[in-house]
Design a protein around this ligand. Sequence first.
Ligand SMILES: *Cc1c(COP(=O)(O)O)cnc(C)c1O
Length: 503
Amino acid sequence: MHSDPETFSQLASAISGLHLQPPPERVLPSENIVTQAREKLQKNLSTSGIGFEETIRHIRDDLAPGFNGSSRSPNYYGFVTGGSTPAAALADHMVTIYDQNAAVHLPQESIATNLEDAATSLLAQLLKLEPSQWPHRVFTTGATASNVLGLACGREYIIAEASAHRSDTVNSVGELGIVEAMHRAGIDKIQILTTVPHSSLVKAAGVLGLGRTSVVDIGLPGASHRFDVAQLKKLLEQPGTASIVAISASEVNTGLFATSGLEEMQEIRKLADMYGAWIHIDGAFGILGRILTSPSYADIIAACAGLDLADSITGDGHKLLNVPYDCGFFFSRHREIPERVFQNPNAPYLSTGAATDAIVSPSNVGLENSRRLRALPVYANLISYGADGYRDMLERQIDLSKGIAEYIIDSPDFELLPESDRPKEEVLRGIYIIVLFRAKDEGLNKELTSRIKASRKIYVSGTAWDGQPACRFAVSNWMTDAKRDLPLIKQVLAGVVEGWKKA
Ligand SMILES: *Cc1c(COP(=O)(O)O)cnc(C)c1O
């Protein structure tokens, strides 16, 4: 009753009945609708079940109206959520139907791992990273997981590097554990040197036993996103210390990049090599900046130059690649490291059999064993849009962000953050897909985010900057269109000011 072929055709028609693209004004349901939907959640397990048709009806009619609409409307600017293109959404449904387990490379039986290899190769090409130089490529559940992979690989590498002059055998954290491996390496401290790290990097340090306090912010005074390179050198050369340098390639509050050009990356690479450090890039959404080519985006292009000098890179699929949750990716230039960290030891039933190609089983180079075929939606988007399609998408997102930033700068009621006395044109050139701002009136500023959200026409997220409330637009949807979206944003912001002044 629950699995006959008829149910599958019912499923197909149920899916096609769902609206992929309702009108943009439905950015959020009303609070009322959310409350109603919450009350309809089934709390008690029924003995006999309500059956397929009633379940679909329940989800579609009772629950779906209460979802927050984040991936449905381009006017959702809270968090960097992206959206889901039609190609990716369809591919994701197929992933569910085919239900492949992309864990073990079984080339005689399935193309799942070849597909993942092809998708990560296309993705590397999109990001101007030569696939053969980035042999360790896997899809993850998101950038948080990718940051865990980056620090885990970095931890393995820096301890081995610190031991290299003491012994010929590889000193592996994966094999010996961190305490024994550090002891053998003569290392008593691991530090992660960074600027304005994303919370998930600090979380990864905690998960991996490096400790949250191992993350050291060495930003420049007055430009906290930039490295104090002199300080970096001083900390790297401390004896008995192994280091990971983590570069925030577009910081989540401001969209600013930690490095400003090739020379700075070359300098950091030189220092890392001198002291056996690993360079990890958190480019969850920033790494996409590498696809830009037009001189109108010269500052972003420069900020992304040299990111290929890193050892590892975190990227998100469910943000700017506009595929459904959960999808992130991780690239590393090191072929030897992943199996030392992620191998499944002594599991003959996970053997790849007679595979003769270079593809390794994802379960030996990533976190999970059983895993969803996350590659298919990414593959679908990459072949459907191509490099030009993705570039056009990102340009539309940046252009809208610049439009919002310009409106904020010109407005007597708002102020763009971080504060800057640079000329407007210069500030706008540095805008990527994030716009951080506040209201000049302190009272309004406290309520700014909630008043904007109350419009239910656009959605933004609140954050804090310099100890004060601030508000943030993150533009990441594939449907973004400045001509259509900017007037609505201006209208909402002007309305919020007007409403505040009247009250
Ligand atoms: C979003 C984000 C993350 C975390 O990504 P998830 O996909 O939510 O796990 C990490 N770093 C940066 C810079 C981000 O923007």
